[in-house]
Design a protein around this ligand. Structure first.
Ligand code: NI
Length: 181
């Protein structure tokens, strides 16, 4: 780990930073942006998360990282190299939505069923400044939409259709153990 990679605490639900509209990045090479990305990468590595948005480490900037990998938190997550996305946006490719379980490092202890678009086209700027496009489906599309919401000051609970779709982490773990045993 590089010296300037600080593992920061995650902003917790109730912290105003999670409710701000994040600022677009205009200086890709500024030390603020570079350090934010390094800190996000370090924070993700030290967590069991599959994605992270800059506001979660108290930086109100339009930067997310998608890092799907199977874990106890997300047993069915596909393995992929983490992707840093700067100023991301997306287009819905299919109006089909699906409800599935989500959690958030900023909202520990609970899970909820959240409807998300199943297929989207993502546009973002990479760390070299190139515009990239990516078609994402299912789990990866879900993670992206979750992280993208953080940039709009939204959390996944805002998308829950019914309070009965919210359960505790311990009950979620029991459910997963039953489903995949
Ligand atoms: Ni989150």
């Amino acid at each position: 780990m590089k010296k300037n990679q600080n593992v920061r605490e995650f902003a917790q639900l109730g912290d105003p930073v999670l409710r701000l509209q994040a600022m677009p990045v205009d200086e890709l090479k500024s030390s603020h942006v570079v350090d934010t990305i390094l800190d996000m990468q370090a924070a993700l590595l030290n967590s069991s998360g599959v994605g992270l948005a800059a506001p979660q480490i108290f930086e109100s900037l339009c930067i997310i990282i998608i890092a799907s990998r199977p874990s106890q938190r997300y047993p069915l997550a596909p393995e992929m190299d983490p992707i840093v996305m700067i100023n991301p946006s997306f287009k819905v490719l299919s109006q089909m939505t699906k409800k599935d379980w989500e959690g958030c490092l900023s909202i520990p202890g609970i899970r909820a069923l959240v409807p998300r678009y199943e297929k989207i086209q993502i546009t973002f700027i990479d760390q070299q400044g190139n515009t990239q496009q990516l078609i994402a489906e299912d789990f990866v599309a879900r993670v992206f939409q979750h992280e993208y919401d953080h940039l709009d000051g939204l959390v996944y609970l805002d998308r829950v259709e019914n309070n009965k779709d919210i359960i505790s982490e311990s009950e979620f773990q029991k459910l997963m153990a039953l489903k995949y045993s």
